[in-house]
Design a protein around this ligand. Structure first.
Ligand SMILES: Nc1nc2c(ncn2[C@@H]2O[C@H](COP(=O)(O)OP(=O)(O)OP(=O)(O)O)[C@@H](O)[C@H]2O)c(=O)[nH]1
Ligand SMILES: [Mg+2]
Length: 238
């Protein structure tokens, strides 16, 4: 069994070394990690490149042309599938998602095909998140569940564990979202394909280092992409 942890990065130099260290400390056999960096001006890719020279389970996918959380995620999934990953974990690099949950997410794959690290089920916690940010996430969740009819409480979680079959089943190489809406695109397509989705509680810690890349523009685009996914489904394209 080969497990890959895939994390997209843009300007995460303060966070990336500690994240990789925490992942490598996990007692999971045949565990690899690939960082998909969009040529970060802060040199995040250089830090990963140096680590990868010392540790052959650490890989850098450096993108010089493309830019975007979505296409980075797509290229990361393709990389993991090409490198024979059986299990793919997707997570952010700002330490909001703690690698300590990965073993229990992998274990939970015996009961489902896609496991979400959720901020909205019994036992979940959010630390350091202001009211406004919680309200934005709450509003987005309501809109997504109403529009797409997905029976998931935390539709915005970018901390996920997939069986290879899920990414093959949704044709990861054909994912369209350039930005963070890839999270909802993947979830909706997995839902439509009938894959079993399960949420496990995590404690989400708001980023303390580096800047957020999530702006109003991306949020607005995200709302439109959810609408587009709904339309594509209604006209039978999805
Ligand atoms: N490769 C790549 N990664 C990105 C891009 N934008 C964001 N990321 C990464 O995607 C992950 C999530 O981005 P964040 O900025 O943390 O977004 P967020 O979690 O919604 O926002 P915060 O709550 O403020 O952290 C992080 O690991 C980012 O470095 C991008 O354009 N390209
Ligand atoms: Mg974040």
């Amino acid at each position: 069994m080969k497990t890959y942890v895939m994390t997209p990065t843009y300007n995460e130099k303060e966070n990336i070394s500690l994240l990789i260290k925490k992942i490598l400390e996990l007692k999971i056999k045949n565990l690899h990690t690939v960082v998909v960096d969009d040529n970060s001006p802060d040199g995040t890719w250089k830090i990963v490149e140096d680590i990868s020279k010392k540790n052959r389970n650490v890989h850098l996918l450096l993108r010089k042309k493309d830019k975007g959380r979505g296409s980075a995620g797509r290229d990361g999934f393709i990389y993991c599938l090409k490198n024979n990953a059986d299990i793919i974990v997707e997570m952010d690099a700002d330490l909001s998602h703690d690698p300590k949950y990965i073993p229990s997410m992998v274990k939970e794959l015996k009961n489902a095909d896609l496991i979400l690290g959720s901020r909205r089920v019994k036992g979940s916690r959010e630390i350091g998140r202001g009211f406004f940010r919680r309200f934005v996430t709450w509003g987005a969740n309501l809109y997504i569940t109403l529009m797409l009819g997905i029976k998931v409480k935390d539709c915005n979680s970018g901390f996920r564990c997939f069986k290879r079959e899920v990414l093959e089943g949704i044709k990861a190489e054909k994912l369209e979202s350039k930005g963070p809406a890839i999270v909802q695109e993947v979830l909706f397509k997995a839902h439509l394909k009938g894959f079993r989705i399960k949420e496990i509680p995590i404690t989400f810690i708001n980023r303390t280092k580096g800047k957020s890349k999530l702006g109003l523009k991306q949020l607005t685009v995200g709302y439109f992409i959810v609408l587009k996914l709904k339309m594509q489904h209604l006209i039978g394209e999805l």
